[in-house]
Ligand binder design. Structure first.
Ligand code: UDP
Length: 471
């Protein structure tokens, strides 16, 4: 009698876009897949792979972060850039990735067909960051495996991308390069947040820095994503009800967050000063601390940096402030005289943010409104001083301040600075506004229910997992 063919174990190849705000949620998704019986090969760009591995090693030696990688194999794929090249040049990086990563990823999938069970066996499906682009989904198609695209930002922003043909037809953007034909705002429907044409991702890049190339690339991505089995989004139904109702092809599975608290690897690019932050927070009274962090990308000018320091001091509240080594243009941290000696706060280069936001001492979050930070604040019931810099962060600010009403706007004065007086007074307002606190607590509850057994994100994730297992 012929032996039954060996059952193929589910094995996902997960490919994040090479930026911190993408690697973290995609690794979180990888942990969720492992929880459902998958083995995962996690393919970072080689440059980021080394950063993640180094930060992980250091944090496990220093008690910070979370470092477990059960059934996740990290692999490095060169992105095509030279070692010292500027990886913040996203247009060039994106173009080179398509050229250099596609053949290597295809080879990785094909070679896995003879992999032993203890190496995870053959790769059976691909879960690629939507922003990685067409090439990844084309490779999945060529190698005959199922695929899903993951959008790690708000569904509203993805909806604006899916609506490009309509925006062209309505005369909102130019057909050739996507540039704004009207400088104002547009709304995809009356129940969705208003967006500014100038904040569309490709319009945040100058014409000479490859705006048209980025626009073409994004248009190509829409066509590719239409071919994959799922488009998943790191959001939840209760956060973007209207958008999910109008764009049912986008499936919410978030907020993807729990890894750090379960001791799982987070995918930090910098070593989080975990032990120091958390023991300092332990020594602060409940709901007393202002947490200040602007993500992985945002940069200040020296004047705004000093003003923020003075505003925190003026608030009279204890603060935990993340000052990345590269957060100020020119890399000089020019604190006001004596600030660090006088300060009632703690300054760190990188924090274990998910654990910080979950700490009972944290009262409010001064944030650049990156989508991950937004979901993390909401998930932990922390109100925001919403201070966006770039692209989708403005839409997220709209959600925080106008739709969910769980934060206040930081507003620059006519010289372009958010003043110390405003920072101090808005922090005070956030601390004392009980109705704001109630709304953010209510959202926390909805977020939690979404990902709990039987919740909408939980069920969506279940359907996705079952489909992917039928490789
Ligand atoms: N983050 C962190 N420690 C910090 C600052 C940020 O772990 O000190 C994490 C944060 O929890 C989030 C990610 O970095 O998951 C930043 O993503 P986000 O979308 O908020 O902003 P981006 O960096 O993409 O602008």
């Amino acid at each position: 009698m012929a032996a039954a063919p060996a059952r193929r174990l589910p094995h996902a190849l997960v490919i994040p876009y090479p930026a911190q705000g993408h690697v973290i949620p995609l690794l979180e998704l990888a942990h969720a897949l492992v929880d459902r019986g998958f083995t995962v090969t996690f393919a970072n760009s080689e440059f980021n792979h080394h950063r993640v591995v180094a930060a992980m090693k250091e944090s496990s030696c220093n008690g910070g972060g979370g470092a477990a990688l059960e059934r996740i194999r990290l692999v490095a794929v060169p992105d095509g850039m030279a070692p010292g090249e500027d990886r913040n040049n996203l247009v060039r990086l994106t173009v080179l990735m398509a050229e250099h990563m596609a053949p290597r990823v295809e080879d990785l999938i094909r070679r896995s067909s003879s992999a032993a069970a203890d190496e995870g066996g053959p790769i059976t499906c691909m879960v690629a960051d939507y922003n990685v682009g067409t090439w990844a989904l084309d490779v999945a198609e060529r190698t005959g495996i199922r695929s899903a695209a993951v959008w790690p930002a708000s569904a509203a922003v993805l909806a604006s991308i899916l609506s490009i043909p309509r925006l062209i037809e309505d005369g909102v953007i130019d057909a050739q390069d996507g540039s704004a034909l009207s400088q104002g705002t547009f709304q995809l429907s009356p129940d969705m947040p208003a967006m500014r044409t100038a904040h569309l991702a490709w319009n945040c890049i100058g014409k000479h820095d490859g705006q048209e190339a980025l626009f073409r690339y994004i248009v190509g991505g829409v066509r590719a994503a239409a071919k994959c089995d799922f488009v998943l989004c790191n959001s939840f139904h209760g956060a973007e009800r209207a958008t999910f109702a109008r764009f049912p092809s986008v499936v919410p599975i978030g907020p993807l967050l729990t890894g750090e608290r379960r001791g799982k690897a987070v995918g930090h690019f910098w070593r989080p000063e975990g032990g120091a932050c958390l023991s300092w927070l332990d020594a602060q009274p409940a709901r007393s601390v202002v947490y200040v962090a602007f993500g992985s990308f945002t940069m200040f000018d020296a004047r705004q940096f000093r003003e923020l320091a003075l505003g925190l001091e003026r608030s009279g509240r204890p603060f935990l402030w993340v000052v990345r080594p590269d957060i100020v243009h020119g890399d000089v941290h020019d604190y006001p005289d004596g600030f660090l000696d006088r300060a009632r706060g703690m300054v760190v280069a990188w924090s274990p943010q998910q654990s910080v936001l979950a700490h009972p001492a944290v009262a409010c979050f001064v944030s650049h409104c990156g989508w991950n930070s937004t979901m993390e604040g909401v998930r932990n019931g922390v109100p925001f001083l919403a201070w966006p810099y770039f692209a989708d962060q403005f839409v997220n600010q709209g959600y925080i301040c106008d739709v969910w009403k769980v934060g206040l706007r930081a507003e620059a004065d006519e010289s372009g600075v958010v003043t110390k007086e405003q920072i101090a007074s808005k922090v005070e307002e956030l601390m004392s506004d009980e109705s704001m606190r109630e709304r953010v607590e209510a959202m926390k509850k909805v977020a939690h229910e979404s990902i709990s057994e039987g919740g909408s994100s939980y069920r969506n994730f279940d359907n996705f997992v079952e489909a992917m297992k039928k490789a």
